[in-house]
Write a protein that binds this ligand. Structure first.
Ligand SMILES: Cc1cc2nc3c(=O)[nH]c(=O)nc-3n(C[C@H](O)[C@H](O)[C@H](O)COP(=O)(O)OP(=O)(O)OC[C@H]3O[C@@H](n4cnc5c(N)ncnc54)[C@H](O)[C@@H]3O)c2cc1C
Length: 254
């Protein structure tokens, strides 16, 4: 059994701490703030709750499995986000990617051909991403890890070409293949995603994922951070709040 120190009690620190404490390691988490949560937290003012950072997350590839492994899945109610799309040309909350496409086709009838070309390419990328909604192989150990890796291999080999092509292109370059720079649809699609000019391959995940893998937590993100922190302490972990780490001293790689 090992002695482990974790710096930061947001989501990553306590998730790791819970898993290690569950295995019997002695874990201490140092957190500089007076409450846990980091950027995945919230606060109340005048009777209203506000998220302080994270407001939605993709959970199928890792979060649900990790919460289950820790044993807190039944204490956190993840709720699917419904996204409202608002511009001067439309204001709607499509339930699915197919409805999202329909919304754009009816808002921009003159752009039918260019939209069709764009969506056709997005659909190819989505097909190449098939399987990425399953828990990632690194969440497993031993034989289950090998089985998970093997299940990815055929798809990864088959789609290597399209994956490489669109990892090496920015999202704006990709959108620029279909729409004039500065046009409304150019701005809509080039501005969709995790960060500006991300790899084009990720546009498909961002556009399609928002309809089936975009979750919030009932009660707010702070309640999730609190559940993880409480469970960690129940497992014997030590959580030190208001405890900023100033320096990390290593001796013989420890
Ligand atoms: C405004 C904003 C909005 C975001 N929205 C989203 C979103 O919608 N969806 C999404 O998936 N992601 C979002 N993110 C990103 C997401 O918040 C982070 O990826 C996630 O919180 C990272 O978690 P973490 O466990 O790495 O720690 P962090 O949340 O980065 O927290 C680090 C923790 O370490 C503590 N700490 C730091 N230094 C020390 C020290 N020296 N000693 C002790 N403690 C220390 C901090 O106080 C903090 O609690 C957003 C981020 C921001 C800032």
């Amino acid at each position: 059994m090992k002695k482990v120190v974790i710096i930061g009690s947001s989501i990553g620190g306590p998730a790791t701490g819970n898993l290690l404490a569950k295995k019997g390691h002695t874990v201490t988490i140092f957190e500089s703030h007076r409450t846990p949560g980091g950027y995945t937290a919230g606060f109340c003012r005048s009777g209203f709750y506000f998220e302080s950072g994270t407001f939605g997350l993709e959970a199928l590839a890792s979060v649900f499995k990790v919460m289950k492994d820790i044993g807190v899945a039944d204490q956190i109610e993840f709720v699917q986000h419904k996204t409202r799309w608002v511009t001067e040309d439309f204001d709607d909350s499509p339930d699915s990617y197919a409805e999202f496409k329909e919304m754009l086709y009816s808002a921009y009838p003159g752009e039918k051909q260019r939209l069709a070309g764009f969506f056709a390419e997005i659909d190819k990328i989505t097909a190449a991403m098939d399987g990425m909604d399953k828990p990632m192989p690194y969440l497993y150990r031993g034989i289950p890890y090998l089985m998970a890796i093997l299940s990815y291999l055929p798809g990864a080999l088959k789609n290597a070409g399209i994956t490489k092509k669109y990892w090496n292109m920015t999202s704006s370059e990709f959108v620029g293949m279909f729409f004039e720079k500065g046009d409304k649809l150019y701005r809509l699609f080039a501005g969709t995603g995790y960060y500006p000019d991300m790899p084009a391959f990720l546009i498909a995940g961002a556009l399609v994922g928002v309809f089936h893998d975009h979750w919030t937590v009932k009660g707010g993100m702070q309640s999730w951070a609190d559940v993880l922190a409480d469970n960690f302490q129940k497992l014997g972990g030590k959580l030190l709040l208001d405890s900023r780490v100033e320096r990390i001293i290593t001796i013989r790689r420890r």
